[in-house]
Design a binder for this molecule. Structure first.
Ligand SMILES: [Zn+2]
Length: 453
């Protein structure tokens, strides 16, 4: 499909048929490199990208804490009258259970309009789009007000120390930017039509809480009042019953407003109700039962996921442990939250330990040149569709960028609404057309926000 090249795109016409062939070739090559983490071996991809870029006169640099897990950074220079933009993709993938796949997970097989393989939807699509963006900017000689930086990062799955954490701590000046684009958004196709494109502007903050109950060990034939298992079970049921108030922010308010505009009448009424204080209770109850993602988007959530206790039925154990996965809204005061958790558990014999991962960060604004450029790119590619900002319940590498002051936006290709073959699943795959549209989408958005007018 040829998108209509109007406005600034007119000055830089792209031979899309040729670009699609190249995109496919790079994408398949990268998917065929097994970068399952652990161990990662992302240097395979980083070196490939470096070599492709250098063939066209773009110098790339490997940034590595571990030589096998290198990050790659490259930059297209510009006038520098505005601050740079960072385009990011991660080169590591999660592992596979080969026997559950119908194709070779590292074969990048083309079948039924899709390209199949681990990483096709998470996140070698973003890596390939970033590569193609740099090649096109260079070839077309685009005059840039903002420099464009590409970072292919290692170790995103699990927020490893070799990846973005290392780059931020040791090479910040090489990626410092006003805006960033990364994974996290995307679009949904239903009945052959793109319903909407989502842009992730915010995400929840993950902390892991360990509960450690202690009691006295003994013989199971003589029950004790300080049984650690009972203590822990009581604590968990109190945690499960602890209601969290709903809160909306700019992202979620806009999300429900815009979603209401494209939803069937009953759902639309629910999304409007959640925005209206005297009608929201029924909608909240409905979310809690039937729209679990929405339920998580509007409140801090707690999910007890691991229990460890005991080793024999006739022995009272002296310890019992639970792990609770807490996903806080971005504005939650975590210290106060843990204090309240302690009050809810109300048991001095339970020790509470908190482990945090990525830093908490403010949501990115909907009122920026970057967000407007993403909306403009959506209108150009999918004029029948709309852009919807979303808050991600899961954590991404956008939050460490946001915590450093970058306005970061999660984007992605469109996927089928049937939800099979998505990120981390068996038979992960991407629609070929979506991959090519995604390259165009980034190209148009970057021209809009970074090219000299
Ligand atoms: Zn990912």
């Amino acid at each position: 499909m040829m998108a209509a090249d109007a406005g600034i795109g007119l000055r830089y016409p792209v031979p899309w048929d040729q670009v699609e062939k190249e995109t496919l070739e790079h994408f398949q090559t990268i998917v065929r490199m097994d970068t399952s983490s652990p161990p990662g071996n992302e240097t395979l991809v980083a070196e490939y990208l470096k070599q492709v870029l250098e063939r066209e006169g773009i110098s790339g640099r490997l940034l590595a804490l571990d030589p096998k897990r290198a990050n790659l950074v490259a930059r297209i220079r510009g006038k520098g009258s505005k601050r740079p933009i960072l385009v990011m993709g991660h080169t590591d993938v999660v592992g596979v259970q080969r026997e559950k796949w119908s194709v070779d997970p590292f074969g990048a097989v083309r079948k039924d309009g899709y390209i199949w393989g681990r990483g096709t939807g998470d996140d070698k699509d973003n890596v390939t789009a970033g590569l193609m963006l740099l090649l096109l900017l260079k070839r077309q000689g685009v005059k840039l007000d903002r420099e464009v930086i590409f970072l292919a990062e290692a170790g995103e799955e699990g927020y490893n120390r070799e990846g973005l954490r290392y780059v931020i701590a040791n090479h910040w000046d090489e990626i410092d930017a006003e805006f960033a684009l990364a994974e996290g958004g995307g679009g949904i196709i239903k009945d052959g039509k793109v319903l909407y494109l989502s842009v992730a502007t915010s995400e929840k903050v993950r902390i892991e809480v360990q509960l450690l109950a202690r009691g006295t060990a003994g013989h199971g034939s003589i029950p004790r009042p300080d049984n650690a298992v009972v203590r822990l079970a009581n604590a968990i049921s109190r945690v499960a019953e602890w209601a969290q108030p709903m809160r909306l922010d700019e992202t979620t308010r806009t999300y429900f407003q815009r979603l209401a505009g494209i939803s069937p009448p009953e759902a639309a009424a629910r999304y409007r109700a959640i925005l209206t204080s005297n009608e929201r209770a029924a909608a909240e109850r409905y979310f809690a039962q039937h729209e679990l993602r929405h339920n998580s988007m509007i409140r801090t959530s707690l999910s007890p996921n691991v229990l460890k206790a005991g080793f024999r039925a006739n022995v009272i154990p002296s310890e019992a442990e639970a792990l609770i996965d807490i996903r806080a809204l971005p504005d939650e005061d975590l210290q106060k939250f843990v204090e309240r958790l302690r009050e809810v558990i109300e048991d001095s014999h339970i020790e509470i330990k908190v482990n945090s991962g990525r830093p908490a960060a403010q949501a990115s604004s909907l009122n920026t040149e970057m967000f407007a450029a993403l909306e403009a790119a959506q209108r150009r590619l999918y004029p029948e569709s709309i852009t919807i900002p979303i808050l991600l319940p899961g954590a991404t590498d956008m939050s460490p960028l946001r915590a450093k002051g970058i306005q970061a936006y999660g984007i992605g290709p469109v996927v089928d609404s049937d939800e099979t073959g998505g990120a981390h699943s068996d038979d992960e795959r991407i629609l070929e057309k979506s991959l090519h549209d995604f390259v165009r989408f980034i190209w148009h958005a970057i021209l809009e926000v970074a090219a000299a007018k």
